[in-house]
Design a protein around this ligand. Structure first.
Ligand code: ADP
Length: 475
């Protein structure tokens, strides 16, 4: 007998969403010159709030505020800057429940993930870089590493607050000031973060948040008085930004797309591997640049593994992101849903076999069932292009050399996973795989002390760890 789950929704009373939000410039909320836009709850398509849109003049004001604040912020002893970062980290922890609910409402991700993954990592990131602020001289970048100045930072919608933390924590620790643009579909936690900056008593202008879409992002990256541009998002926009920054002397880091291989050998612990495959591609609806979207399974265990994987997928619960038992939440936007559908349809048209468990989708909102493609050839679009959704392409291999060949046969190189009992094989593969992160017998694990970043079209520069400091220092 199978028991049904009772609904277990997290209360949304802990969040107080205002009807409208302004830009956060020089420590104050102000109006924007562009046409305001709406942020929508992707789980039911209701409007959450109206958001100001920053035009070029607003971005200029924000950069000027950051420039002015840089004089005093960069002159503070590192131990003083650390105090602010520790304070921010503690406020994030205190307000974690509220921020998790807000994130799930605005993004569509399950509360279990925003509560247990995003928010703890956000706080951990601020704690981690707070610890570096007074130790920069010992970070291996020379006896007196200097900050760069004003950092223009543009982030995507898949981990809104976590990407903000990845960008802002190291920038501030190193003595820079920032102008950050959140994604247009998920601005709410960045605006809550602006309130946290006020609450922490952070000097005005050190952090500025400008909301808007691509044009606002382009104004941030293109501003002549920005010294450093940090971008996480699509490879396509990354290319545009690289072009706009080329020859200007601005320092640039890009964290772009991925098409990671998750490689399972015949000696792997199958049940553990199945969990890792599920985490690899269905975590955060597959809206993860390092998602394990290509499963490479050794031919001898293909049948057994796929059987176990399908049984596991049939137990995933899709629905209300605020329900504590939900595994798969809503797709972040109608545009993203359309992109996922197009690529999944292409998979079928090109001859791969599509499978999903029985999975009723809610009537309202943006939803896509967990989907598996078998019989995938390396030339298929679903094996080459980033889908950024809950869609797994399964390919097979016979020998370790073939696994390496297929894993590396992609323009991307952000991450990879290896499942095997043999330590020597893990080390051999880690050396051969052209990927910034290689997980062994696990997947999608993050730690602020561990650097993250890509090879090839997945971008350049590293975020996290000691390496993450380099992107914000004049070295
Ligand atoms: P996705 O395809 O995942 O939506 P994008 O690369 O389009 O990713 O978006 C990532 C971030 O880049 C968002 O904050 C978006 O507003 C911003 N953006 C989009 N176009 C541009 C542009 N031309 N210049 C700068 N930023 C941009």
């Amino acid at each position: 007998m199978r028991f049904e789950y009772a609904p277990a929704p997290e209360s949304r009373d802990v969040v107080d969403i205002k009807p409208s939000y302004g830009l956060f410039v020089n420590g104050e909320f102000t109006e924007g010159g562009g046409t305001p836009f709406k942020s929508v709850n992707p789980a039911d398509e209701t409007v959450l709030a109206e958001i100001a849109c920053a035009d070029e003049a607003d971005v200029d004001r924000a950069v000027q505020a950051a420039r002015k604040a840089f004089e005093t912020w960069s002159a503070l002893p590192g131990s003083e800057r650390a105090k602010y970062l520790f304070r921010i980290a503690r406020i994030v922890q205190e307000r974690a429940r509220e921020l998790a609910v807000l994130e799930s409402l605005d993004n569509g991700k399950p509360i279990r993930e925003s509560r247990d993954v995003d928010l703890p990592l956000v706080a951990a990131h601020f704690f981690y870089y707070a610890g570096w602020a007074d130790k920069l001289k010992h970070a291996g970048f020379g006896p007196d590493p200097r900050p760069l100045g004003v950092a223009g930072q543009i982030i995507p919608w898949n981990f809104p607050l976590l990407m903000l933390a990845w960008k802002i924590a190291p920038a501030l620790a190193c003595g820079n000031t920032v102008v950050l643009k959140p994604a247009e579909t998920t601005p709410l936690t960045a605006l809550a973060f602006a309130e946290i900056c006020v609450q922490a008593g952070l000097p005005a202008g050190v952090v500025n948040i400008v909301t808007g879409a691509g044009a606002t992002g382009a104004a941030v990256a293109g501003h002549a008085d920005v010294n450093k541009v940090a971008f996480t998002g699509s490879t396509e926009v990354g290319r545009l930004i690289a072009r706009s920054v080329a020859g200007t002397g601005k320092k640039l880091t890009l964290e772009l797309g991925g098409k990671a291989a998750n490689i399972v050998f015949e000696d792997a612990a199958i049940d553990q591997a199945v969990e890792g495959i599920v985490t690899g591609i269905f975590f955060n609806q597959g809206h993860v640049c390092c998602a394990g979207s290509r499963l490479l399974v050794q031919e001898s265990i293909q049948e057994e593994l796929l059987g176990a994987l399908k049984r596991r997928l049939a137990t995933l619960r899709l629905g209300d992101p605020l329900d504590k038992n939900t595994d798969i939440g809503a797709i972040n936007s109608a545009e993203q849903l359309a992109r996922i559908r197009t690529l999944a349809d292409a998979g079928e048209q090109e001859g791969a076999d599509r499978w999903s468990p029985s999975c009723p989708l809610p009537d309202k909102g943006f939803w896509f069932p967990p989907t598996l493609f078998t019989g995938v050839a390396q030339s298929h679009r679903i094996a080459r292009e980033e889908i950024f959704g809950p869609v797994l392409s399964v390919l097979t291999f016979r020998t370790p050399a073939e696994a390496v060949e297929k894993a590396n046969n992609t323009p991307y190189g952000l991450s990879a996973g290896v499942w095997t009992e043999k330590g020597s094989r893990i080390l051999w593969l880690a050396d051969k795989l052209r990927a910034g992160v290689v997980w062994a017998n696990t997947f999608n694990r993050f730690d602020p002390a561990s650097p993250f970043g890509g090879y090839k079209e997945s971008g350049y520069g590293r975020e996290g760890g000691r390496h993450g400091l380099e992107a914000y220092l004049d070295v």
